[in-house]
Ligand binder design. Structure first.
Ligand SMILES: *Cc1c(COP(=O)(O)O)cnc(C)c1O
Length: 361
């Protein structure tokens, strides 16, 4: 028997399953499985990325000051308390690595994002899953699950894959009710889709125990570049910065992200298009007997009669070149998560779901 063994927890990690990108035999599949912006990134971001080609021999900025200041300007934050990561996934990993180890507990909700469990296990900590209330975060249930071992509570708001969110009063009740050794992490991957929502920034400034994570992968349309960021109290950010590799973001990624965050007109345009087609998609699905909760993000969680119907519909959608996300792994086997695409994609989805439903009656 080999004596070469990994650290505890690592072999309990189930590999992350990303959204399908191809269907056999279909060359121009419509990908609605990873919550990507169908309109792509801002032209200014693409231009900035291209200019980066001339400096590929130079190491990137290690303090990422220009990017942090751009984010701080746009969101009215303190640039000294922003940390940038290779996607917000990296910031989530830093949080687990820094604050949770063997014997510690990391809480997330029933249908919560897979990376919380993966990062908790990678750090050797114990993942603790808390029930939701009909696909909505249940703050009381989270508070009841807290113990003297709780170190981190991860909550995406809006949540993925449900699309639901809770209000500021509930978020504050959660932050204020946590045991004193625990940090509340508000994952704002979809915050830009919610008009007027600060993703918890004011709460963070008023407390010592709240952090938020954000990403350029969703509304900004830069998933391939891997840029995310976190914001929180100085003490916590100082800890995370010790774990951050000095060159974790390429310069082209930093430059593209700066251009993207400053292009607020494009952000507003994408938010508006998403809201319009999200409503259209949800209504169209409801009309053919497929309900969904009111979504605050760039996807809808379409609910079917049962698992067989959801899987049958997924197979039919695939045969039509439409890729959506099965969410059985998120304890929602009778649902499919469908990213809000452009007009044509939304029309194709509703048409295909209707055809499938009609074929079964
Ligand atoms: C997509 C997503 C992320 C973002 O991941 P990146 O690493 O920034 O690409 C984080 N949290 C949730 C809930 C997400 O859906």
């Amino acid at each position: 028997m080999t004596r070469i063994t990994p650290q505890p927890g690592i072999m309990d990690i189930k590999l992350y399953e990303s959204g399908a990108a191809h269907v056999a035999g279909v060359s121009n599949a419509v990908k609605l499985s990873s919550n990507e912006n169908p309109l792509g990134p801002s032209d200014a971001a693409i231009e900035a990325y291209k200019r980066g080609a001339y400096n590929l021999h130079r190491y990137p900025s290690s303090d990422q000051g220009d990017l942090r200041r751009a984010i701080a300007d746009v969101w009215s934050l303190d640039a000294d308390r922003i940390i940038c990561g290779a996607g917000s996934d990296e910031v989530i990993a830093f949080l687990c690595q820094a604050f949770a180890g063997p014997g510690d507990e990391v809480i997330y909700t029933e249908h919560g994002f897979a990376m919380y469990k993966i990062s908790a296990l990678a750090a050797g900590a114990t993942p603790v899953e808390v029930r939701e209330n009909e696909r909505v975060t249940d703050v009381s249930a989270i508070l009841e699950a807290c113990t003297a071992k709780t170190r981190l509570v991860f909550l995406a708001n809006p949540n993925n894959p449900t699309g639901t969110m809770i209000g500021l009063a509930e978020l504050e009740r959660l932050a204020d009710g946590l045991p004193e050794q625990a940090i509340l992490v508000l994952d704002g991957a979809y915050a830009e889709y919610v008009e007027g929502y600060d993703a918890g920034a004011a709460m963070i400034d008023a407390r010592e125990n709240v952090v938020m994570t954000r990403t350029f992968s969703k509304l900004y349309g830069l998933g391939s570049l891997r840029v995310g960021w976190g914001y929180g109290p100085k003490g916590i950010m100082d800890v995370l910065n010790r774990l951050r590799g000095p060159f974790n973001l390429s310069q082209a990624a930093q430059d593209a992200a700066i251009a993207a965050v400053r292009d607020t007109a494009y952000v507003a345009h994408c938010r508006g298009e998403n809201a319009k087609w999200r409503a259209w998609l949800a209504n169209g699905l409801a009309e053919v007997g497929v309900p969904s909760d009111t979504s605050n993000a760039n996807f809808v969680l379409a609910r079917f009669a049962d698992q067989a119907e959801a899987e049958g519909c997924d197979a039919f959608l695939q045969s039509q070149g439409l890729l959506v996300r099965r969410v059985g792994g998120y304890k929602l086997p009778a649902a499919l998560r469908i990213t809000v695409g452009d007009e044509s994609a939304c029309r194709q989805v509703v048409h295909a779901v209707k055809t499938y439903k009609d074929s079964r009656t």
